[in-house]
Design a binder for this molecule. Structure first.
Ligand SMILES: [Zn+2]
Length: 476
């Protein structure tokens, strides 16, 4: 296939299908070809012209010669790090500032979303149409379905009633993606819905009961909460599949969700820097879409860690997006990465392939383990406050990113504000009020919320900061 990504979706799908069956050498060949094209495209951006490693005789420098970068550098030098000179941070901020525009193109040709992530630094991402076509084709081609026949006839899931439950109040990657597909195929819009995780649980359950989705896509903590509602008989769905992502999924939680809904669950791994990083196969392993995205697990000094060893963080290189090149970008996740073959019982050392037949590398993701807080509600009934909802309230409604929320008693929370947060009396009150209003909407009663500032927020045992910490796990 030509590296002109606009070559067409059929050629793209054929290439992705071929790469799905390719061996490690076939995947490596695609990586090096696309990396060279990415470097050429990146040279149109002043920042990358300055950063590009110099290599003798005009040869393409290896990826590991490029400097590590991150959200702070991206935002500090934003306009110099994009290849479309019409992109302006002011117009992008204006665009992102209107929630109703989620799913429509920025400048009529790019797709944009915002992200804060666990490191607490908000960033803005722009993806071109060719990159979006790659994400779509990867989802349609590689996402393993427990109902393979259904997928043969409907690879884009357009005949499904699809409910995404998550953060819907702004331009967040998952929300934008669903809204974009709804606009692209308006005849399917009735069956595709985004439901806010911030609404009272009873309202969310009622909306799902009305929509009757066949596929539910959400975060593991939200899926577990909804599974609890199903078990109690308040949520009555006939789901065919549950999709999860965004947080760590434990084996016990998976079993609970699958049992409560009576269907299979498929997990995935994605990021704002590249949407569909990895998909779960029938052997329950997460395969990286390594023909389009490169992951480098590294230690605290940016040095590569060996296969199968847990990294300190991960550097991501996006081989599909040319408008905002993402090269060796620190995404903050701790992962271990290994070849599909030799690991455990699910791989075959002889063929270098997983039991599912794929030679794409396998990733395990650690971290993203914020807690669900269970607080006292009306009539003594416990109320669950989801971690994603709590962080969205603090980030979106209170404008605070550097924090840790600790549960100190069944009816008490303490918000600890870090050095990057505005910590004046008015800011503290805005945070407290936003949390109190949200908790009250969920049915909490008599919840005491205190705030305090701290010079540095503690890191957990994993080396990453846990932002939402439940009562029993305060020491984590
Ligand atoms: Zn597999």
């Amino acid at each position: 296939m030509s590296d002109d990504l606009a070559a067409g979706s059929l050629a793209l799908t054929l290439d992705i299908t071929a790469a799905s069956r390719a061996d490690a050498a076939g995947i490596a060949e695609r990586q090096s070809r696309r990396l060279a094209a990415l470097f050429r495209a990146a040279s149109a951006a002043p920042r990358y012209r300055a950063l590009a490693p110099v290599s003798p005789h005009g040869a393409v420098a290896p990826l590991t010669d490029w400097p590590i970068t991150g959200k702070r550098e991206l935002m500090r030098d934003f306009e110099a790090a994009v290849t479309d000179p019409e992109i302006r941070l002011t117009t992008l901020r204006e665009f992102i500032g209107v929630p109703e525009r989620a799913g429509s193109p920025y400048l009529g040709r790019h797709w944009a979303w915002e992200s804060s992530g666990s490191t607490g630094e908000p960033a803005l991402y722009v993806h071109d149409a060719a990159a979006m076509a790659v994400y779509d084709a990867l989802e349609a081609t590689r996402r393993d379905s427990p109902r393979p026949w259904q997928r043969c006839f409907d690879p884009l899931f357009l005949g499904e009633r699809f409910a995404f439950v998550g953060a819907t109040g702004g331009h967040f990657a998952s929300h934008v993606s669903v809204q974009r597909l709804r606009r692209h195929w308006p005849w399917a819009a009735g069956g595709w819905q985004c439901l806010s995780i911030l609404q009272p649980l009873a309202a969310l359950v009622a909306a799902l009961n009305t929509l009757q989705p066949t596929i539910l896509a959400t975060y593991p903590t939200a899926a577990a909460l909804l599974a609890d509602e199903a078990r109690a008989g308040r949520l009555t769905l006939r789901l065919q599949e549950v999709w999860t992502g965004g947080e760590t999924l434990g084996a016990g939680v998976r079993e609970f969700i699958e049992h409560a809904f009576g269907c299979a669950l498929r997990n995935s791994y994605g990021a704002s820097e590249f949407l569909p990083i990895a998909w779960e196969c029938a052997a329950h392993r997460l395969h990286v879409n390594a023909d389009w995205v490169l992951l480098e697990p590294v230690d605290a000094h940016g040095r590569a860690v060996p296969p199968g060893r847990l990294s300190h963080t991960t550097l991501l290189t996006n081989l599909a997006n040319r408008v905002q090149p993402i090269i060796r970008f620190d995404i903050g996740d701790r992962i271990s990465l290994e070849a599909a073959g030799p690991a455990g019982a699910a791989g075959d050392a002889g063929t270098g392939r997983c039991a599912c037949g794929s030679a794409l590398p396998v990733v395990q993701v650690q971290g993203r383990r914020d807690d669900t807080l269970v607080v006292r509600g009306r009539h003594g009934r416990p109320v669950a406050l989801l971690p994603l909802a709590l962080t969205t309230v603090l980030e979106d409604e209170a404008g605070t990113f550097d924090f840790q929320l600790l549960q100190t008693a069944a009816d008490a929370l303490q918000l600890v504000l870090g050095p990057q947060a505005a910590r004046g009396a008015r800011s503290r009150e805005r945070c407290r009020r936003a949390l109190a209003d949200f908790a009250a909407r969920q049915g909490a009663e008599g919840l005491r919320i205190s705030t305090r500032a701290q010079r540095a927020l503690p890191l957990g045992r994993s080396g990453k900061r846990k932002r939402i910490v439940a009562l029993a796990q305060k020491g984590c």
